[in-house]
Design a binder for this molecule. Sequence first.
Ligand code: AMP
Length: 206
Amino acid sequence: MTSGLASPTKPVKAAFSVCVYCGSRPGHAPEFAMMARQVGTWIGAQGGQLVFGGGHNGLMGIMADAALAAGARVVGVIPKALVEKEWAHNGCTELHIVENMHERKRIMAEHADAFLALPGGIGTLEEFFEVWTWRQLGYHDKPVGLLNLHGYYDGLLAFLASTVEQGFMSDWQMGLIRAGNDTVLLLQALVQAAGLTAPTVRLDQI
Ligand code: AMP
């Protein structure tokens, strides 16, 4: 089921489409909200499309609001159980209301040229690991990024390095993800790796 179809004033085809996974909570440090705003603003300023989990809470809502304010197409994909809890972001350009999490993740992936995980909790981690796993199995060939803002993912990246040292993962698998702490550089790298272009615009120029 789909509601809130594209507004006729917005371009139907965006320059690129990034699926962003992030926390349904804002986190404690103000830098997290700032970064979510930057991601949304950058996608909008570049004429891109944001695909996300369709919620209005936490970093998700902050990012979606910023993207909409910057003129992005924003595609939210949310299971009906979460809509019933009134967690949906009703300002999305498109809001897909789906039956379950499996359908949600499939539709999010289909709409994306690249994937990016921001800081988040169990939901964000699960989505990030799934899309990385799908990549290593060849289910898709889209770039996958991890925005390591404020050292949030330092511990996870150290653990992942240890899985290679201990023989459970390979350097090739690790090479399938791009981790970085610079929002714009990472977004540009993902868009370029997807074979698309985003103009070189710094956030302070937007
Ligand atoms: P978490 O990182 O645990 O806060 O979960 C965030 C991720 O899981 C998002 O990328 C969403 O796809 C999904 N999710 C979890 N909680 C919500 C919520 N309240 N509303 C919408 N999506 C959610």
